[in-house]
Design a protein around this ligand. Structure first.
Ligand code: HPA
Ligand code: ZN
Length: 339
């Protein structure tokens, strides 16, 4: 196993499914609560961690929205993003496409500009200091209304040079992609990439809706596609990337044991699956932890681990020349492993 762990550590990779608010570690949450004079329902870091016992997505979201209350100032958003970027750099992440939830902040009276200014200052610093490139994907909270999503898109209009795409997250069941067909159409007209969480808890029909009605460029999670062979074939044929998050699926009880995780099966079926951390502060691991623990649990081969790293760039929104450079770097790592 340690040879595979070494390979995982050395491979350049992209992370394509990461909620920046889900990278808020309990230590930073406590520090920001103190800095901003915010009362948390927890007294210690241990109490925060002890609260992270989820039996489904909604259990997690309830705590996730409380945690983000500590984020108040531009500096808070900078500190949040910088902590993640340093951690990602340590995992040999070369490119990241980051989700943020503006409505989780604007609903609390925090200005859209405060959020995006802090995040982008950290992203620029990561590129300058570490060569780590990034894109930003603004997510709509699907438990809120279509009107609220349109208002958020309106607020983003002054910042479109820093926003690469739109996504759809939060409570999936009962909030099908069709609810956001018009707002996604508008985002498409604005030249934004489109992604959506689909098939994390929701049925295959939600994945069809995301493809057909939202015209998505990538599926976030997509696990339940495996229940529908025609859908799998369509995803394979269209080379649609899936941003799979094994430790998230384990903690939110999408799988009972990591040994049951479908990541290996997805690769065997020819799906363009990638391996990501989702909300690493809440789900117990950053991207290399996701690779390592899943590799061990389901028996990924060195070849499959390399495929996942390659897929992370192929499925990214980087330009083709940048993708080719990253793939060549992966080839160089493989060549040096064999030498
Ligand atoms: N699923 C849906 N919404 C989310 C998630 C997730 O895993 N993380 C943050 N918002
Ligand atoms: Zn997610």
């Amino acid at each position: 196993m340690s040879a595979l762990n070494d390979l995982i550590a050395r491979l350049p990779k992209a992370e394509l499914h990461l909620h920046i608010e889900g990278s808020l570690e309990p230590e930073l949450m406590m520090a920001l609560a103190q800095r901003n004079g915010i009362e948390l329902p927890y007294k210690t870091v241990e109490e925060i961690r002890a609260a992270y016992e989820f039996s489904n997505l909604q259990d997690f979201l309830d705590i996730y929205y409380v945690g983000m209350n500590v984020l108040q100032t531009e500096q808070d958003f900078f500190d949040l993003a910088w902590a993640y970027l340093e951690r990602a750099h340590a995992d040999n992440v070369r490119h990241v496409e980051i989700f943020f939830d503006p409505q989780g902040h604007t609903e609390r009276g925090i200005a859209f500009a405060t959020v995006i200014d802090g995040l982008t200052r950290a992203l620029e610093q990561a590129e300058d200091r570490c060569g780590l490139t990034s894109q930003l994907i603004m997510c709509f909270l699907r438990h809120l209304s279509e009107v609220a999503a349109f208002e958020t898109l309106e607020q983003a209009m002054g910042h479109l040079e820093r926003i690469d795409g739109v996504g759809l997250d939060s409570s999936e069941m009962g909030h099908p992609p069709s609810k956001f067909e018009r707002v996604f159409a508008r985002a498409g007209e604005l030249g934004l990439k489109r992604v959506a969480h689909a098939g994390e808890e929701g049925p295959p029909e939600y994945i069809y809706e995301a493809l057909d009605l939202l015209q998505i460029d990538r599926v976030d999670h997509g696990n339940r596609a495996l229940e529908d062979t025609e859908l799998v074939q369509r995803l394979v044929d269209s080379k649609m990337a899936l941003t799979v998050c094994p430790l998230s699926n384990l903690r939110l009880c999408g799988v009972e044991r990591l040994e049951d995780h479908p990541l290996k099966r997805m690769l065997e079926l020819g799906l363009l699956a990638t391996c990501n951390s989702d909300d690493p502060a809440y789900f117990g691991g950053y991207v290399n932890d996701n690779f390592r623990r899943t590799a061990e649990a389901v028996g990924l081969t060195a070849g499959e681990i390399i495929t996942l790293a390659r897929n992370s760039f192929i499925g990214s929104f980087l330009p083709q020349d940048a993708i080719a450079r990253h793939l060549a770097e992966i080839d160089a790592v493989i060549a040096s492993e064999l030498a």
